[in-house]
Design a protein around this ligand. Sequence first.
Ligand code: IPE
Ligand code: IPE
Ligand code: MG
Length: 254
Amino acid sequence: MFQRLRALFGKAPATPLQTPDTDNIPQHIAIIMDGNGRWAKSRGLPRMAGHHSGMKAVKRITMAADRLGVKYLTLYAFSTENWKRPKAEVEFLMKLPQEFLAIELNELIEKNVQVRMMGYKEALPSHTLDAVEEAVRQTANNTGLVLNFALNYGSRKEMIEAVRQIGEAVQTGALNPQDIDESHMAGRLLSAGMPDPDLLIRTSGELRLSNFMLWQLAYSEMWFTDVYWPEFTDEHFYNAVREYQRRARRYGGV
Ligand code: IPE
Ligand code: IPE
Ligand code: MG
């Protein structure tokens, strides 16, 4: 039957997606969504077109993560260093959260997704922060996928803030320096309460962390691809998870 249809239409059927093993899905996946600008440039488009198209990839991969049963998806959307970019680009990027949420929030609510923000609120324009906080508020009781946006996030700042808080606790006598352990640090990071990422994905061919979750990624599996973020599909995402499933995580053991 299929052969006959194929003969009629002369087209090979699309190869089915190789879905990952459902038994070993990473609990927390973090993604450095990179390459929007280069994707646009390669098509003769302005960088902003790349950011816009990247927003569609956010939707696509959020839904894919939800289908797989991933518990936490952290997306690096804007770093504390990205303020260095031209003002027009920063302004454009700061409009994307509200645009994304205006289109997608209802479906995220329907899918029981919990939206969170991991980053510094102070420098964000109020229109950006209001949209994100509204989404966080409306989804706070949802129990499905946690969609964690790293927005105005920087890991060194995060660690400095944690160390400052620890210093203050020592100064007031609430904490004895001898008692400081990993939990004192982890509990004061912006990711407090979340497990460390099991899998880090970075698109666009760059092989660096760019100040992203330096503490939390200590034992994460890393997966890099040359694909630019706007063209990152379910298939790439599944390939990353399948590769993760083939890795042996030893944590220093044997
Ligand atoms: C990622 O794409 C989006 C953000 C960092 C906000 P880029 O804008 O960094 O794209 P490239 O790396 O210049 O291609
Ligand atoms: C990292 O990408 C930040 C985000 C993806 C939000 P960048 O494009 O800012 O990183 P560098 O400058 O290439 O290291
Ligand atoms: Mg980049």
